[in-house]
Design a protein around this ligand. Structure first.
Ligand code: HEM
Length: 400
């Protein structure tokens, strides 16, 4: 048996990682399937990542992360202890996931397409004619705006929703100097959720928030969990999607033939978005912790070890994805990318997210066939692709 300390070391602080992280990771993956890094153990092989996501020996490591970040007694800490991300397999996880799936499953997401398209179109109307930072003025506001429609809040709340989501998700940076701002952002989010719930309770309908309130009324979830859900949906739905939208615009508009083809035939957006998520996933990795002493590829993984599935590496594996560094939207759909994780911890919002990204990209491509990115701030942590600025010129507009 090999031990984890015998594994080769990969160093994410290598400046070459920032050039094109997936190419850097693919190069490591050619040399070894398993490695160690400063943050834990790294799985670089596609099939090993897939098996790992289903492996019952590994569970969520969010509780460890919360402990490492030193969250003081607060609403944020209570929420973290109760909510989905810190729950391992078992009845609580099952109940919470089932409740959420009924609200944002594939069928429910498909029914939301019209609403999502309307949010996107309103946001584009608001930026036309301006020189825009599409990350701040558009990508952030698409998922945040969709959340606002869910809770029947005005689109003008979208900035608050987007900024709060970004602040609380900074927990994944694993930097305890951010803890105070994260706790404060959760406080603001809980206050916000309470107000939205109170407004909805006196005016129930068949909308998203009313359905959530009904889940509490029939006893599927508790009162505290109802507020948790309203907060969790802000946290989970906004920031990942915003960065993914910005990334897809950035990459697809750099290939004018692809961009203009989507502008002429919006039905091409689905496959182009899927291929973009393979090549440039927002989630470069996802993590689990070993719940017991485990084994990966003949290596002993002691209980308590944090392990990362590196999608950045796995998505560029040549025996899985032919010519993996080439954008090819018509490549076989199986196997799918892992941008949304997998198994019982997989992303519940993936159906909504896909539609949001598709609508954002196709509507922009239809209205601005000559859109070009003038400058962008791109950063890659071991966990995430981050686009914090995306200045564009719209070029000549397509006739309406
Ligand atoms: C492109 C956008 C998105 C990306 C890349 C993304 C990615 C992810 C990933 C990687 C996970 C962890 C999966 C795992 O470790 O196996 C996750 C979990 C989750 N996501 Fe997403 N997500 C996105 C959008 C959304 C949206 C729009 C929602 C809600 C509407 C959402 C709700 C959730 C929830 C609730 C979880 C926790 C699932 C659990 O622990 O059972 N996500 N997401």
């Amino acid at each position: 048996m090999t031990h984890t300390f015998d594994l080769p070391f990969i160093d994410y602080s290598d400046p070459a990682y920032q050039n094109e992280p997936s190419v850097w990771l693919a190069d490591k993956a050619r040399q070894f399937r398993l490695a160690q890094s400063e943050r834990g153990i790294e799985i670089l092989d596609f099939q090993m990542c897939r098996n790992f996501l289903m492996d019952r020996a590994f569970g969520t490591d969010h509780a460890n992360l919360v402990e490492k970040m030193g969250l003081p007694p607060s609403r944020a800490l209570d929420y973290k202890r109760r909510m989905l991300l810190t729950q391992n397999r078992g009845d609580t996880r099952k109940r919470i996931r089932n409740t959420l799936s009924r609200l944002i499953g594939p069928g429910e997401a498909a029914d939301m397409r019209g609403e999502i398209a309307h949010v996107v179109s309103q946001l584009i109307d608001g930026i036309v004619g301006k020189s825009a930072d599409l990350k701040i003025d558009f990508a952030d506001l698409v998922p945040a705006g969709v959340y606002c429609t869910w809770v029947d809040a005005p689109l003008s709340d979208a900035r608050f929703v987007a900024d709060s989501s970004e602040t609380v998700l900074a927990i994944f940076r694993r930097d305890p100097s951010l803890t105070a701002s994260i706790v404060a952002a959760y406080d603001r989010l809980f206050d916000y959720a309470k107000v939205q719930l109170a407004k909805r309770r006196v005016n129930m309908g068949d909308d998203f928030l009313s359905r959530l309130i009904r889940a509490q009324e029939v006893g599927d979830i508790s009162e505290a969990e109802l507020e948790d859900f309203a907060v969790m949906l802000i946290e989970a739905s906004t920031d990942n999607t915003a960065h993914q939208i910005a990334s897809v615009i950035d990459r697809l508009s750099a290939m004018p033939d692809v961009w203009q083809a989507i502008g002429k035939d919006a039905s091409l957006a689905g496959l182009a978005v899927r291929e973009s998520m393979r090549m440039w996933p927002r989630s470069i990795s996802t993590s689990r912790v070993a719940l017991v002493d485990a084994e990966l590829d003949g290596v002993t993984i002691p209980a308590g070890t944090t392990v990362f599935a590196s999608f950045g590496a796995a998505h560029r594996q040549p025996d899985i994805f032919e010519d993996p560094h080439r954008f090819n939207a018509s490549r076989p759909q199986i196997p799918p990318h892992m941008n949304f994780g997998g198994g019982v911890f997989s992303c519940l919002g993936q159906f909504v997210a896909n539609i949001e990204v598709e609508e954002a990209v196709s509507q922009l491509a239809i209205r601005f066939p000559n859109l070009t990115v003038e400058s962008a701030d791109r950063e890659y942590t071991p966990m995430f692709q981050i686009i914090s600025k995306l200045n564009v010129s719209f070029g000549e507009r397509s006739p309406a």
